[in-house]
Design a protein around this ligand. Structure first.
Ligand SMILES: Cc1cc2nc3c(=O)[nH]c(=O)nc-3n(C[C@H](O)[C@H](O)[C@H](O)COP(=O)(O)OP(=O)(O)OC[C@H]3O[C@@H](n4cnc5c(N)ncnc54)[C@H](O)[C@@H]3O)c2cc1C
Length: 435
């Protein structure tokens, strides 16, 4: 028998467990560890609550968790409750699938002012992440800004612009729904350092903006190159740029506006004890396609500023870390002997849910090449881990504990919502009778 520990129960962790389970069958036990008693990583805490069809991928992960060779061990934080070195003693291989939970910093003066929030925090707040339940983003001003030109920036801007009615059928948490419903924000400026041809926004996410109940996207046609320049673009990007161009034809007469401000590089955030405005420098593209400042600056009013410029992993003691890339140092997923990384922890924060699948399968192949299916070792796996955790007073949970939490969330759902998430660690444990 072989024992494998997959650390992290997001898409990368589940696809890796699925691949290992297929490769080893009954000759291995695979434990998926997570710091929370609730699985799925960013499927639960990142993907937008009004994109329920995407969240349905968790049903596939349930099948993996229900497989005889796979166990989910929740409420165990690696680095806090058990070290990677200890896991390597207990398991034949350890695969880090811990994602990239931290927002990248802007690196400009004023970014620590109240009112400036990273997307990890803001997204976590409306998705019921226990660390951000009390975030209380300032929503009483009329102006907000979102920095970034990717899908996460679009998610944040859309969530700030939707009506209560438009959240029906979503699993946005009650505290965020009530706060957003009472929000005074009327303009959300989406700032991008470069132009429409350099966006990382996909057509589906952009297309939605043209059909919002109370908000309209605004673009300045002068920001676009001549139409003929779209032809050589990759088809997805060409479609996105076409959608953006089309926003210029929409009736701008709606109560809320989402203003695309291209060629705008944030240089500092100003305000009297809190964010009030962001100073941006007008840019142009240089020969290499990078943003080059023109020296012209102007102020964009914003009492809430969400920076959505990327994520980085949290370093773990004893694991080599690539500061620049915000991920673990690895060679094709291999960090060291019997230690691997997959998903965002391996590649950095890019790619869709599906991108993590080949990634997980590839690392499972490497593990299988190093220890042939059917081979054995005398490492104790979960038995040893549980004994160690018990000696430390930790309280691991299992997959059926999660289902109990899920049942409670479903039972508590407000009408039209699939669930009302429990948003505090204590609430999870209380539901399980463990606090
Ligand atoms: C805001 C946002 C919206 C997105 N929307 C979409 C979308 O609409 N469509 C799409 O295809 N993709 C979307 N993505 C991308 C997608 O979510 C990622 O590709 C995917 O979640 C990465 O998977 P992962 O398993 O590497 O990381 P994660 O999903 O982050 O999972 C990491 C897991 O590791 C656990 N963990 C972390 N540290 C520890 C530790 N020390 N010990 C134990 N456990 C730990 C975490 O609790 C978590 O469960 C979005 C991403 C974000 C940030």
């Amino acid at each position: 028998m072989r024992h494998f520990a997959v650390v992290g129960s997001g898409p990368a962790g589940f696809y890796t467990a699925e691949a290992l389970d297929k490769a080893y069958g009954e000759s291995a036990r695979i434990d998926i560890l997570d710091r929370y008693p609730v699985p799925y990583g960013l499927i639960r805490f990142g993907v937008a609550p009004d994109h329920q069809s995407l969240k349905a991928v968790s049903k596939r992960y349930d099948k993996v968790a229900e497989s005889a060779g796979v166990d989910f061990i929740g409420n165990v934080a690696v680095g806090r409750d058990v070290s990677v070195a200890e896991l390597l003693e207990l398991y034949d291989a350890v695969i880090l699938a811990v994602g990239s939970p931290h927002s990248r910093k802007l690196g400009i003066p004023g970014e620590d002012l109240p009112g400036v929030i990273g997307s990890a925090e803001f997204v976590g707040w409306y998705n019921g992440h226990p660390d951000y339940t009390d975030l209380d983003p300032p929503l009483s001003g009329e102006h907000a800004a979102v920095i970034g030109n990717g899908n996460v920036a679009l998610d944040c801007a859309r969530i700030l612009s939707k009506t209560r009615h438009e959240f029906e059928g979503s699993d946005i948490v009650g505290h965020a729904l009530d706060a957003l419903d009472a929000s005074a924000i009327r303009t959300v400026t989406i700032l991008g350092r470069r132009g429409p041809h350099q966006i990382a926004m996909t057509p589906k996410e952009l297309g939605e903006l043209g059909h919002l109940e109370a908000a309209v996207p605004i673009v300045d046609p002068a920001d676009f190159p001549p139409l003929a320049a779209d032809a050589p673009l990759e088809p997805g990007l060409r479609k996105s740029v076409g959608l953006l161009r089309g926003f210029a034809d929409l009736d701008p007469d709606k109560p809320k506006r989402m203003v695309f401000d291209f060629f705008a590089k944030p240089v500092r955030i100003e305000g009297d004890g809190k964010a009030e405005r962001i100073i941006v420098e007008r840019t142009e593209l240089d020969e290499a396609g990078a943003a080059r400042g023109t020296g012209e600056t102007y102020a964009v009013p914003a009492s809430l500023i969400v920076s959505a410029i990327g994520y980085s992993s949290a370093p773990i003691d004893g694991v080599p870390y690539d500061e620049r890339g915000g991920k673990f140092l690895n060679d094709g997923g291999r960090i060291a002997d019997r230690l691997y990384a997959v998903g965002w922890a391996r590649r950095g924060p890019s790619g869709t849910i599906g991108t993590n699948r080949p990634d997980g399968y590839e690392v499972a192949d490497q593990v299988a090449a190093a220890m042939a299916p059917g081979s054995a070792s005398d490492r104790p796996g979960a038995k040893g881990l549980k004994a160690l955790l018990e000696s430390r007073g930790a309280m691991p949970t299992d997959y059926y504990d999660w289902r109990k939490i899920e049942e409670t969330e479903t039972a508590n759902a407000r009408p039209g919502s699939p669930r009302e998430k429990l948003v505090r660690h204590d609430d999870w444990l209380r539901t399980l009778g463990r606090s």
